[in-house]
Design a protein around this ligand. Structure first.
Ligand SMILES: Nc1ncnc2c1ncn2[C@@H]1O[C@H](COP(=O)(O)OP(=O)(O)O)[C@@H](O)[C@H]1O
Ligand SMILES: [Mg+2]
Length: 369
């Protein structure tokens, strides 16, 4: 029979490892106690039974990420998408400002010591705003990859489409989970919360939901990075907006951005696409990156299937967009100057009069001289 001293010591030791949250150490210690000969048979039997019923937990050293993911209790659909090792097809193209802000977020966490010594904490909450297809989701993936941590994505439009009555507790579950592991959490399509605002009868539930979100934003630990993304920042409750420490606006790409993106995109397609890059970087202004990617893929597909050559489909792409007169002239001039098409063809593609094209080509030459 174990004496009281021994039991008290075990108890204190067990309490210590349990409080430190090391489940594996608790289990190891319980196994050791259960095998102790001095133990009352009934007591050790109960312990062994308990350990036996917990076979998965008993498997050695589970990683944090293997914790069961919270699921939508109605549909059992997983609410979260976890990318353990975030991968990027290609490096994103951002403006100087966006790139340096994203790099700073990474830098803060990679040099945490310097911040802490100065009595500072790293940025905890970030809001990405901008139209669809400009690299917000991609940006969160980039940050996670740079930090070498998993990316956890909660798509709020999916959460909102599930039964609203549970959304508050679903959200709390997910956020609690994300807090407990080392990761970047992306709350994608944050405006989905705001969009439901108009539905009568659900106002109370929505208020609760926003309250949950606000609390979580305020309490977010600096050990984790929470990023929210929205295509409709105007729909966002100002109270939510204010909560984020760092807003980052992702705009539609300008000429330089499109040029860099197309350069990377067309690099593998043909040895020298620079002439087309020159044209398209003007003709595709106003489009998002994902739009541009799709158009180029469509043109490549058509070329591969119909044997007409990529040039043909790219010039169709140039012709298909609505452009101002000024832009059409610029496009026509670039088409001719790059030797891609004749002046007549440039006229057909852009609708700019051949005389006008000629005059601008001449002016350009004059300027260059
Ligand atoms: N800035 C960018 N640089 C490179 N590719 C981009 C960029 N923005 C978007 N893309 C392309 O478009 C796809 C969709 O982008 P995504 O980040 O999901 O847009 P958003 O979240 O802003 O709607 C990406 O997977 C990528 O292929
Ligand atoms: Mg997105």
């Amino acid at each position: 029979m174990a004496d009281n001293d021994e039991i008290e010591k075990d108890f204190v030791h067990l309490a210590r490892v349990a409080l430190s949250g090391r489940t594996q150490d608790v289990l190891t210690y319980l196994h050791r106690i259960a095998k102790r000969r001095s133990l009352n048979k009934q007591f050790s039997g109960a312990l062994i039974e308990l350990l036996r019923k917990n076979p998965t937990r008993a498997s050695p050293l589970r990683k944090g990420m293997e914790k069961a993911l919270p699921t939508d209790t109605d549909s059992r659909f997983q609410l979260l998408r976890v990318e353990d090792t975030p991968l990027l097809q290609m490096e994103p193209v951002y403006t100087e400002h966006v790139q340096s802000t994203l790099s700073r977020l990474v830098n803060e966490r990679q040099n945490l010591g310097a911040l802490l010594e100065a009595g500072l904490e790293p940025t905890r909450t970030v809001l990405f705003t901008g139209p669809p297809g400009v690299g917000k989701t991609l940006g969160a993936r980039w940050v996670a990859r740079e930090l070498g941590v998993p990316l956890i994505i909660l798509d709020l439009s999916a959460v909102m489409s599930s039964y609203l009555g549970r959304t508050g507790s679903n959200l709390r579950h997910v956020l609690d989970y994300a807090k407990s592991v080392d990761c970047v959490l992306l709350l994608d399509e944050l405006d989905a919360i705001a969009k439901r605002r108009d539905d009568a009868g659900e106002i109370g539930e929505l208020k609760r939901l926003v309250t949950v979100l606000l609390q979580q934003l305020d309490d977010w630990p600096s050990s984790g990075l929470l990023i929210a993304a929205t295509n409709h920042s105007d729909l966002l409750d100002p109270a939510v907006w204010r909560r984020f420490e760092q807003p980052i606006d992702f705009a539609l790409p300008e000429e330089a951005g499109i040029r860099a993106f197309l350069g990377a995109l067309l690099e593998e397609v043909a040895p020298d696409m620079s002439a087309w890059v020159d044209i398209l970087s003007v003709s595709l202004i106003g489009r998002s990156y994902s739009d541009i990617e799709r158009e180029v893929t469509l043109a490549r597909r058509s070329a591969a299937l119909n044997g007409k050559g990529l040039d043909h489909y790219l010039s169709q792409l140039v012709a298909s967009d609505n452009h101002s007169k000024q832009e059409r002239i610029e496009i026509a001039v670039r088409l001719v100057r790059n030797g891609l098409v004749t002046q007549r063809k440039a006229h057909e593609i852009t609708g700019v009069a051949r005389d006008t094209i000629r005059i601008h080509l001449k002016n350009n030459e004059v300027l260059k001289d």
